[in-house]
Design a protein around this ligand. Sequence first.
Ligand code: NAD
Length: 476
Amino acid sequence: MSAIPYAPAPESVRPRLRTSYDLFIDGAFVAPRDGSRHVTINPATHEPITEVSHAGVADVQAAVDAASGAFPAWSALPGAERGKHLFRLARILQERARELAVAETLDGGKPIRESRDIDLPLVAAHLFYHAGWADKLAYAFAGRNPRPLGVCGAVIPWNFPLLMAAWKVAPALACGNTVVLKPAETTPLTALLLAEIAQEADLPRGVLNVITGGPETGAALVRNPGLAKVAFTGSTAVGKAIATELAGTGRRLTLELGGKAANIVFADAPLDQAIEGIVNGIYFNQGHVCCAGSRLLVEESIADVVLAKLARRVRTLRVGDPLDKNTDVGAINSPAQLARIRALVASGVEEGATLHQSDCVLPDRGNWFAPTWFTDVAPAHRIAREEVFGPVLAVMTFRTPDEAVELANNTRYGLSAGVWTDKGAKALRIARRLRAGVVWANTFNQLDPTSPFGGMRESGFGREGGMAGLREYVEL
Ligand code: NAD
């Protein structure tokens, strides 16, 4: 990468942003009653973008009240009418996709190529998919009298802000529920733009409410007795706290938490394709991916070849301006996340693993971390056990399929895994033995609204997407 001259060709579309955002409650932007405001920062430049509100307890209550007030009419609306509202939201999102992609990249640091070509199309696809279900629930759950739950509280993380919002808002609204959405503190912009789009689409007031703020706002929301369900995506630690909070309340809960996925490469795999899958598996979105293939398990007989090819490929990755369409790896989302990545990488070196890094030149301001991989990793090392949530790969080797499965399942998580082999039967046999909610064969990080996504063990429970995801938003 150091050999490639840095000649940025930044995206020229600029999102229409306000200088300050209020909270979106009952169909209108309203100033926080008891909350404060903070400035959201571009992680690639450390420049301020705009000011957003911090919802306090009274604001959270107002949002839940608005969603409760909207619930009777929204849930009584014929499914086809709710579907029309969702189709309209989806179409406006598509029309404003370029602008939303830039906002996502400015706020979160992800490469524009990813927000424009992956996140936004998936956001629209989720809305279209669930819009289609809105008038077919009686067929989806034939003879089981599906009914909406009530007000759903959705708390989402910063790695795929608008996509995680869509994963929750689309099925909730399609099933006749109303929503209070709380985006992460470092990436509130696209949720606020979604609120504007809800206004533009004439979504009945109170059906979708967006409250911004930090952990306290999230905690106040999940604690609110007016909620019928909490849908949370975020860290395992916070997920556990929420599960404790909700235990015994009768409120429904789905948790999409962390992961430490194994990406298993057998000697008979199509190697060049596998190298692309390994790179996509860990360096996509700077490794800020819950289902990232952060543990590479490679069959010992091909380890040298794979590592040589990997080293060559990683050095071609362009790290830099997230708004440049040629960028492969963007900025780390926050200084706190950068510090966490650095600490875990330091632990890898201290514990005896061998560090390899791309020799790319990092920009001199903003939060950056070079694509990194470790060899000589032992299963007991922290980099093999803990979720780094950054562009850091831990490589281990195996000799037999049994050893591969044992290593892969040697984790407290269970969100995703990958298998690379040219034998279909072998891929299926291994997949069946992997304790992970999603297993990809000869590909990685593929998401689709028709396909349920979710974890087991400390990666959480419940599914998002497909009919299994729909099931989480109805009473039968
Ligand atoms: P986080 O748990 O710190 O925060 C997630 C959200 O929860 C944020 O909106 C935050 O403000 C809020 N929050 C924090 N403390 C809270 C509390 N006590 N009560 C209620 N809400 C609270 O996680 P993060 O750092 O934003 O995200 C990274 C984590 O998310 C990673 O562990 C990653 O694996 C996970 N993740 C999982 C999935 C999945 O589908 N399984 C998807 C994306 C991210």
